[in-house]
Write a protein that binds this ligand. Structure first.
Ligand code: ZN
Length: 54
């Protein structure tokens, strides 16, 4: 099981806002950050980068 925590950078491709969050991966391999949507309302047009925390 993957117990790694990740430092996840979410960048909104609509307004360019950047969010840095910590999270885990769930069983589907998606990152769980609690992120819902950008301040501009965009929920889907996002660029997500994750690096494992040491
Ligand atoms: Zn945005």
């Amino acid at each position: 099981m993957d117990n790694h925590r990740y430092l996840i950078t979410i960048r909104c491709l609509k307004c360019g806002e950047k969010f840095i969050l910590r999270g885990k991966r769930n069983v589907e391999g998606q990152y769980e950050t609690g992120f819902k949507r950008c301040v501009c309302g965009n929920e889907t047009n996002l660029h997500i980068d994750a690096i494992p925390e040491k």
